[in-house]
Design a protein around this ligand. Sequence first.
Ligand code: GLP
Length: 244
Amino acid sequence: SVFENPKIASINVAHRIAGLIKSKQANNTPAVLGLATGVTPIAVYAELVRLHKEEGLSFKNVITFNLDEYYPMAPTAVQSYVTFMNENLFDHIDIDKKNVHIPDGTLALEDIPAFCLAYEKKIGDLGGLDIQILGIGRTGHIGFNEPGSAPNSGTRLVTLDDLTRRDAARDFGGKSFVPTKAITMGIGTIFKAREIILMAWSRKKASIIKKAVEGEISGEVPATYLQLSENVEFILDAPAASEL
Ligand code: GLP
């Protein structure tokens, strides 16, 4: 769907998430959310915070799994996705912090595979993700699944694309300070979600959105794999949709 502007689109997405949370509350079951970082979902989180503060939406039954984290990365660093999620969402709602999961950027290399398997298992044991929200990187990555990622990939350590590191340079005060690696959920992990919502705003995303939606399905543009799922919805503003 194409919306008039990112704010209206984000409010729409937030209200869908809120609806899921409430329907799960009515059944006394947890809502399992897959969350994303980046500029794109910020207004979704802001609306969820508003719904909590002004309309009493509770997150007590919410369990979250973030897509990715830089590696290595201290959770306390300003650029960490832990800091991002705390500042934009978790510090302002009543979620139980033990229900929050973000890939651990402090692990020793040899401990990463076991951590990734456990991350997958936790999601699976909860019955899978109810909703996964996604942004898209200019390489066509979802999470940090860069070009070359396999459609059945699971949570794992990956090497970041040069373009991704250039795009992140501003947050780190220069590309050389951007970590070269990250831990990310896989394409396969994302695919198992019952509902996938990919959001993109602005002209800057128009050409990658065209490739993702209309391009040939290939690992060269990992987001094209989403064409294979029936549970995906692209939520765009007019500039991001302008090449479709
Ligand atoms: C990062 C994140 C992605 C995100 C992408 C786009 O690489 N790991 O999950 O989708 O950036 O970011 P933005 O929303 O800031 O354009």
